[in-house]
Design a protein around this ligand. Structure first.
Ligand SMILES: NC(=O)c1ccc[n+]([C@@H]2O[C@H](COP(=O)([O-])OP(=O)(O)OC[C@H]3O[C@@H](n4cnc5c(N)ncnc54)[C@H](OP(=O)(O)O)[C@@H]3O)[C@@H](O)[C@H]2O)c1
Length: 271
């Protein structure tokens, strides 16, 4: 914890973060980490009971920062604007957006039902766009900020039977790259995190068809990824992949696509 406290914007002790998808997994771990570091956090998600539990946990642990909760669906542009406005009312500023809310999907494209595909695209693409559009005016008003987009190693390296999810994360990558230049003059940094397999509720809530996934690929904890978000805020990288094995995966996937596809076929290559 001390390492991250030192790493995260050391000269300005209190920052305000808006974290989407903070009711479980990576978003929840990040909300608790940044509150423990003394920062102000607006935590959003759809499940009100989980938001209440998160706030209660921060209070029970007597964390030095504050967690303020706003129930919001990222697919609803007005709800995300409201979350940004309420953050300004509560904390007077917005320094960091962690666009984390997301859904998984696997399954053959034709056999998968459209409603699951649509949910994933609406959440992972529209949801990130609505979150970013809501946060930018507040950051501009404060003179700058940092947007961290939570992508996946399957964004740069798509896997078979994960086309919908991979496409949604590739869209996040494209958005991040474009915005990094677009927002430079506003002093708003944009970083894209390529996250590898992480132990959260993500797998059990994955949409599409049940089937083989990369169960033998090593798994990180949500807390490890939250630490990675803190490192990204300090280093402001264009993209960041947290573990050497995931970096190797992305490197092979980009440099040697035929080899990567052969390996992926062994891991993901069944319905
Ligand atoms: N776990 C992995 O292996 C892995 C690997 C690579 C990348 N990632 C990425 O990491 C991010 C976080 O996933 P996780 O692993 O922490 O999964 P998780 O435990 O299932 O958490 C997902 C979060 O997203 C929220 N969410 C889903 N749909 C939403 C919506 N329409 N509006 C608002 N919030 C919504 C959920 O909250 P509510 O249901 O309460 O709304 C929940 O808080 C995702 O973008 C995912 O793609 C995960």
């Amino acid at each position: 914890m001390d390492t991250y406290r030192k790493l995260f914007i050391p000269d300005e002790p209190k920052r305000t973060l808006l974290i989407t998808g903070a009711t479980s997994g990576i978003g929840r771990a990040a909300a608790l980490l940044f509150a423990a570091m003394g920062h102000n956090v607006t935590a959003t998600g759809r499940r009100a009971d989980r938001l209440d539990a998160l706030k209660q946990e921060a209070e029970d642990k007597n964390l030095s920062g504050t967690i303020f909760t706003v129930q919001a669906d990222v697919t609803d542009a007005a709800a995300m604007k409201r979350a940004a406005a309420l953050t300004l009312d509560e904390f007077d500023r917005l320094d960091v957006l962690v666009a984390n809310a997301g859904r998984g999907h696997r399954g053959a494209l034709v056999e998968s039902d459209w409603s699951g595909i649509e949910t994933v695209l609406r959440t992972n693409i529209d949801g990130v766009i609505h979150s970013v559009r809501a946060a930018i005016p507040a950051m501009r008003a404060g003179g700058g900020g940092h947007i961290v987009l939570i992508s996946s190693i399957l964004g740069p390296v798509p896997a078979p039977y994960a086309g919908v999810y991979s496409a949604s994360k590739a869209a996040v990558d494209a958005l991040g790259r474009s915005l990094r230049e677009e927002l430079r003059a506003d002093h708003i940094y944009v970083s894209v995190l390529h996250v590898g397999q992480t132990h959260t509720e993500f797998a059990e809530k994955r949409l599409g068809t049940p089937g083989r996934v990369a169960s033998r690929w090593p798994t990180m904890s949500a807390e490890q990824v939250a630490g990675g978000i803190a490192r990204a805020l300090e280093r402001k990288p264009r993209t960041m992949t947290l573990r050497w094995i995931d970096r190797l995966f992305v490197l092979i996937g980009r440099g040697f696509p035929a080899l990567a596809d052969r390996l992926l076929r062994r891991v993901y290559g069944s319905k």
